[in-house]
Design a protein around this ligand. Structure first.
Ligand code: HEM
Length: 508
């Protein structure tokens, strides 16, 4: 079986590499069909147990601790060429970074039927141990693979993807956006507050928006009475804890499985709190649906009603997943778009005119979002763990390796997008004859929501949330950025740090 797969790979490799591939400083020739062994893939040197971690140490490391995700990719690409290996740390899988779109395509497409993307080990542990009886064989989307994943995804796909999202949620999301914009109206002159708390304000809006869909009701995050004991605060704290502790808990998985270290204990409690809050809201939503006493047309049913029709546990697990994956991602993406438009007043004015026009198709708004997602993404790379051997770029990549496609980095290379680092929404609206036309870049490069059947299930939801909010916001305000460039912090997800120099004035 394995030999068959390998020989298929060799054939594919032979066809694909009739020409030599030049990139960075290396030149790989296809003259030989015999792949070079995995150990010869260029990359950072490694030590036993700690893998390549010493390269990231301050002062003595060849890379150091401070490179952001983009600069790290740039360094690896320029130093080692189109395929780069990084040895796994503390028993984790080895990683291979692919800087050629055709290599990415080769691996991601081959994995299409069985897309493996390892999830957080601590959440996996929580679902499979602490919650064994509650979840009873259902583990959601983000932490499971293979048949378990496929079964759950095919259950929930219709509920999230096959509904008239705009019809069911546009009015509700518009109400949320109005409330968020009204808060900004009240806060806009308190520059000191906004400089420090803009992220919090955006998170309150994104949580309120996703909760409407995941929990089936508004939860009050935009109310003035959003006190410390509000369940919304706990849900926000949950995502913060998850992002903050992810790296430590991943690296120390070999230890906390046997000794419950404090960070692990804290995270188990946090997972439980998030579950309990979701279960309470889903119970309330169920009661409300039952009290309605009559059925409604399928197309008017909410996501929660559709999920409840499958199984209450499915509704709760999906709510926990939507709240884990749909708060910080959306607020980051909206902040990024706001930043790009605040720093490009001409594009902002063009957008405002479109928003205020009678044309219901807001194509420029859509193009602005796409362009913003090309330039900066909350998940800058996509990843698949190989479930078989591959031959890529002349090297053997065995089963069990994490193959990384650095999408944001590739999307900002001049050879794929002319004026690659400029915010030009027009590239998504122009036609083939125009050199800036987005379609001239290879398909596998700009994938902010991932790839194939395992791509983001919340994509349409996020787009609707962000577009609804932007329509209200830019109709109301002229937004500028009055300071040095925004600060990026790289954690499990990319985030922004204060100060935020947005300035909001009434738009004419
Ligand atoms: C702009 C905001 C968002 C971005 C950029 C984003 C991006 C992504 C990416 C890159 C993946 C991995 C896909 C892959 O491996 O191919 C993913 C998975 C996922 N996202 Fe999103 N996401 C966003 C918002 C949301 C929202 C609002 C939800 C909630 C409904 C959500 C729920 C999920 C879930 C559950 C998965 C795992 C899917 C699976 O494994 O089957 N995301 N997202």
């Amino acid at each position: 079986m394995r030999n068959n797969t390998l020989s298929e790979c060799y054939k594919l490799f032979a066809v694909r590499t009739q020409t030599s591939v030049q990139n960075g400083r290396r030149n790989y020739s296809s003259s030989s069909q015999e792949p070079k062994p995995f150990k010869e893939v260029p990359g950072l040197s490694s030590l036993p147990i700690i893998g390549s971690a010493h390269h990231f140490l301050p002062k003595i490391g060849s890379i150091g601790p401070n490179l952001n995700a983009f600069d790290l990719m740039d360094t690896l690409h320029k130093r080692f060429g189109p395929i780069v290996k990084m040895k796994g740390v503390f028993g984790r899988a080895d990683m291979v970074f692919l800087f050629e779109p055709e290599y990415v395509e080769q691996v991601f497409r081959a994995q299409e039927a069985n897309p493996i993307r390892p999830g957080l080990k601590s959440l996996e542990y929580f679902r499979e141990n602490t919650q064994k009886s509650t979840a009873d064989g259902l583990y959601g989307l983000t932490t499971v693979q293979g048949e378990k994943w496929r079964e759950f995804r095919s259950k929930v796909n219709p509920a999230l993807l096959k509904l008239k999202l705009v019809k069911v949620y546009a009015p509700g999301l518009d109400e949320v956006s109005k409330d968020a914009v009204n808060r900004l109206k009240r806060l806009k002159d308190d520059q000191a507050y906004l400089e420090k708390n803009f992220n919090l304000e955006m998170t309150r809006w994104s949580l309120e928006s996703v909760a409407l869909m995941a929990l089936g009701s508004r939860i009050g995050c935009l109310d003035d009475t959003f006190t410390e004991d509000h369940p919304g605060r706990k849900l926000m704290q949950f995502t913060k804890d998850m992002v903050d502790t992810a790296l430590e808990l991943e690296l120390l998985a070999g230890i906390w499985k046997y000794f419950a270290i404090p960070t692990f204990k804290k995270m188990m409690n946090t997972y439980q709190t998030q579950w309990d809050i979701c279960a309470t809201y889903i119970e309330k939503a169920k009661k409300k649906i039952n009290e309605r006493g009559y059925d409604i047309p399928d197309e008017e049913k909410s996501i929660v009603e559709r999920l409840l029709a499958i199984d209450e546990r499915v509704a709760v697990i999906m709510a926990t997943e939507m709240l884990a994956a749909g708060i910080d991602t959306v607020s980051f993406t909206a902040t990024t778009l706001l930043y790009h438009l605040a720093t490009h007043p001409d594009k902002q004015e063009k957008l405002r005119q479109e928003i205020r026009s009678d044309n219901p198709h807001k194509r420029y708004l859509r193009a602005c979002l796409k362009e913003s997602l090309r330039l900066r993404v909350v998940v800058p790379s996509n990843l698949r763990r190989t479930d078989r051997d591959h031959v890529v770029g002349g090297y053997h990549i065995p089963k069990g390796v994490d193959v990384v496609s650095p999408n944001e980095y590739l999307s900002r290379l001049e050879k794929y997008y002319p004026k690659a680092n400029e915010f030009i929404p027009e590239r998504w609206l122009t036609d083939k004859s125009d050199p800036i036309y987005y379609g001239n870049a290879p398909q596998m490069i700009t994938l902010p929501f991932g790839f194939g059947i395992r791509s983001c299930i919340g994509r349409r939801i996020s787009e609707l949330e962000i577009e609804t909010f932007m329509k209200r916001l830019f109709d109301e305000f002229k937004v500028t950025w009055e300071g040095p460039p925004i600060n990026i912090v790289n954690k499990m997800l990319v985030t922004y740090a204060e100060p935020f120099y947005f300035k909001f004035e009434n738009a004419k």
